[in-house]
Design a protein. Structure first.
Length: 116
C-alpha cells in the first residue's frame, strides 16, 4: 500500500469536492475528531461538512510517520472571497488496513499574509 499517495489523494479530494474518492479512502466507521465536532461514521461526517467542502484546502503538505499512523502538517488556504485567515494545521491519520480509520485535527496559528 502506498500510504503517501492515499494521504495526498485524501486532501486533493477535499479541494476537488470529490465525495466518491473520499468515501473510497475512508472506512465506513472512520472516527473523525476536530474542534468542530466528532463523528464515528464516514457518511455522517461527509453529510455534515459537505456544504463547506471546497471553500478551504490543504497546501504544502508534509507527511511524517510510518504505517499505520501518520502526522500531516499543512497550511489551510481559502478560496477567493472566503473571509478567514490562512492557518497552520496538523492531523493525525490512522489507517486500518487499506483505508483511513481515524483522523484527529489540530488547529495551529494564523499565518501572516505574504508581502509581495
Amino acid at each position: 500500500m502506498d500510504y503517501q499517495t492515499a494521504i495526498e489523494s485524501y486532501y486533493r479530494a477535499f479541494r476537488e469536492r470529490d465525495r466518491e474518492r473520499l468515501r473510497s479512502l475512508l472506512r465506513p466507521d472512520c472516527h473523525f475528531v476536530s474542534s468542530y465536532g466528532e463523528y464515528r461514521a464516514r457518511d455522517a461526517m461527509l453529510d455534515e461538512i459537505w456544504p463547506a467542502v471546497g471553500q478551504s484546502w490543504a497546501t504544502n503538505l508534509r507527511v511524517f510517520g510510518q504505517a499505520p499512523e501518520f502526522v500531516v502538517t499543512y497550511e489551510l488556504e481559502h478560496a477567493p472571497g472566503v473571509q478567514r485567515p490562512a492557518v497552520r494545521m496538523a492531523e493525525c491519520i490512522r489507517f486500518k488496513g487499506e483505508h483511513i480509520g481515524g483522523i484527529e485535527v489540530f488547529f495551529g496559528r494564523t499565518l501572516e499574509p505574504q508581502v509581495r
